[in-house]
Design a protein around this ligand. Structure first.
Ligand code: SF4
Ligand code: SF4
Length: 317
């Protein structure tokens, strides 16, 4: 595995980051033991970087993994939506306690949208700067789907690391297109020295039929130190590591993955805007009660609905 120094920090991360939403109860029905074993498998194969969030509700899994396997060089990112000092303290305390760590490697504000949302989180940012000075976090950052937030965060001394969405089709990028995001990422890394690790290289499943091409695209952006990928099986871990490192994926792994049944997942916190329902020409989606239902007798897993969800709540896997 290649370990890159995440700019803006003294933290070294593997080129593959384990996107831990995939092993959270929100997205997976695997047992805690299975999830812990999968993390252990990934670390045995060179991964040292886990990306999670308070909302993913999986600190218990990561904590058990850290307790059981005691990896020497684990790097953990987590994120929260705190906008004032009280909320920030609550989120950091919760993460430290639940993960049984003296510090969090990278603490982030989740889903920042613009300079205005960043300003609206000023009190939380101030709190995190104090926490960083006391050693409770090693680096501070934001995750975002918008070009503007990458540009704005680049200008802020408080922010060490940016976790932006980027993929070859520009799926889910807001406030600009793919090339705007690439320019913003390059500037953040080159001019402002921010550490960058990417999300949604596979477009939330939209690009799952051409994974190597999709990963090569994100890998070709020099400023991206690591790529967060959600993984749910040892075969996925093996294939994703090989693809990111440019190795051939073993034939048996490829063949099992090709046979794996695909499905569509819609996050439970969907706000029922209806954009995906309108987009689906198969009429496979409908809003029923407080959720979007998928009629699998109509859905052909084309992924077209994925790109219209403003919040990236739909995944075809
Ligand atoms: S994957 Fe395609 S067919 Fe299925 S719900 Fe989405 S748009 Fe409709
Ligand atoms: S587009 Fe996204 S937020 Fe809107 S209804 Fe569909 S899943 Fe929910």
């Amino acid at each position: 595995m290649i370990y890159n120094l995440l700019k803006g920090t003294d933290i070294k991360v593997s080129k593959v980051c384990f996107g831990a939403l995939s092993i959270s109860p929100l997205q997976s029905d695997m047992t805690r033991r299975q999830a812990v074993d999968l993390l252990a498998f990934a670390f045995d194969h060179g991964v040292n970087f886990i990306d999670t969030a308070e909302i993913y509700d999986n600190y218990d899994i990561i904590s058990e993994f850290l307790d059981t396997c005691r990896p020497a060089n684990a790097v953990i990112t987590t994120k929260c939506y705190a906008y004032n000092a009280e909320m920030a303290e609550k989120s950091l305390t919760k993460a430290l306690k639940a993960l049984k760590r003296d510090y969090i490697d990278i603490f982030m504000l989740h889903e920042q949208e613009s300079i205005y949302t960043l300003r609206g989180h000023a009190e939380a940012i101030e709190y995190f700067m104090k926490a960083k000075a006391k050693g409770y976090i090693r680096a501070f950052g934001i995750s975002t789907h918008t070009v503007d937030a990458v540009r704005s965060a680049s200008l802020m001394n408080e922010i060490d690391v940016i976790h932006p969405i980027i993929n070859m089709d520009g799926v889910g990028i807001l406030g600009g297109g793919r090339d705007d995001m690439i320019r913003a990422i390059k500037r953040a890394g080159q001019e402002f020295g921010k550490g960058i690790y990417a999300m949604k290289a596979l477009g939330g499943g939209h690009l799952i039929t051409q994974p190597q091409k999709a990963i090569d695209f994100v890998n070709s952006i020099n400023e991206v130190s690591s790529i967060a990928i959600g993984m749910q099986s040892e075969d996925e871990v093996t294939a994703d590591i090989d693809m990111v490192l440019g190795n051939d994926v073993p034939g048996d792994v490829k063949s099992r993955l090709n046979k794996q049944p695909r499905r569509i997942d819609i996050e439970k916190w969907c706000d029922l805007c209806g954009a995906c329902v309108d987009r689906c020409i198969q009429n496979a989606l409908s809003i029923e009660g407080d959720s979007v239902k998928v009629d699998m007798t109509r859905c052909n897993l084309c992924s077209y609905c994925v790109g219209v969800c403003p919040h990236f709540y739909i995944k075809v896997v």
